[in-house]
Design a protein around this ligand. Structure first.
Ligand code: ADP
Ligand code: MG
Length: 244
């Protein structure tokens, strides 16, 4: 579903050069759940953003479901429709209701009728356990509820892949579980997912593979059981020592 080959991305900031991605190669099979962990600044967000065309890259290849993002002929907007993304900050439209948040892109991008978009939105709000809030504004919802709306909004586009960038990092601790539960359900249903998170319990329970990144590289790629039992890389061991 996702193939990444020798991906590099350099930022030029205040006179110096940051190699945010330094030769990343990996693949994600259909239905696989891959959890990406690593210290702050290791390139995790940049990696995810390259997978859905939010970020351009300097060299290498990203192929999503057979579509090469580096190919000039590729319609990047089409790729974005197929790849849903959920951020740490939920980014809901504050002046629109929950229902409108989940129908807007369906109508504009997928060109669905109001009826069809609303039916789909209600089904998804039901799925994430929040249909009762359909006519509220986001500010009336808790952080966990807002993040579940953001997940429903991404799913409304019928993505083939879902990317999550620290979806629970901005939440109060008591709300983390309800968002992880929705993600676990998605995983069980066979969604292809790439998840950046510090929730090691989620990684152990749900991930097919764990990638450990540092300084723009993937230093470890292993099933969670193996990764958590004995990470081979010294930096991965040090990182786990800090987060576990
Ligand atoms: P992570 O998500 O693992 O914390 P990021 O992908 O956000 O890491 O960042 C990787 C590196 O790239 C960091 O050194 C960061 O400062 C740098 N970086 C990210 N985005 C930008 C940007 N827009 N401009 C300049 N440097 C950036
Ligand atoms: Mg990040």
């Amino acid at each position: 579903m996702i193939e990444v080959r020798d991906l590099t991305k350099v930022f030029h900031a205040r006179g110096h050069v940051v190699r945010a991605l330094d030769g990343v190669t990996t693949r994600v099979e259909r239905g696989e759940v891959v959890v990406v962990i690593g210290p702050s600044g290791s390139g995790k967000s940049t990696f995810l953003r390259c997978l859905n065309g939010l970020e351009t890259f300097d060299s290498g290849h990203v192929v999503i479901d057979g579509v090469d993002l580096a190919d000039r002929r590729t319609d990047i907007n089409r790729v974005r429709r197929e790849v849903g993304m959920v951020f740490q900050q939920f980014n809901l439209f504050p002046h629109k209701t929950v229902l409108e948040n989940v129908t807007l892109a369906q109508r504009v991008v997928r060109r669905r009728s109001r009826e069809e978009a609303e039916a789909k939105a209600m089904a998804l709000l039901e799925k994430v356990g929040i249909a009762i809030k359909a006519h509220e504004y986001p500010s009336r919802l808790s952080g966990g509820q807002q993040q579940r709306v953001a997940i429903a909004r991404a799913l409304a586009m019928d993505p083939r892949v879902m990317l999550f960038d620290e979806p629970t990092s901005a939440l109060d601790p008591e709300m983390v579980g309800e968002v992880l539960d929705v993600m676990k359900q998605l995983a069980r249903e066979g969604m292809t997912m790439v998840v950046v998170t510090h929730e090691m319990g989620f990684a152990r329970e749900v991930a097919d593979r764990v990638l450990f990144m540092d300084e723009g590289r993937i230093l470890e790629d292993a099933p969670p059981r193996q990764f958590f039992a004995e990470p081979r890389d010294a930096r991965a061991r040090a990182f786990l020592g800090q987060v576990l």
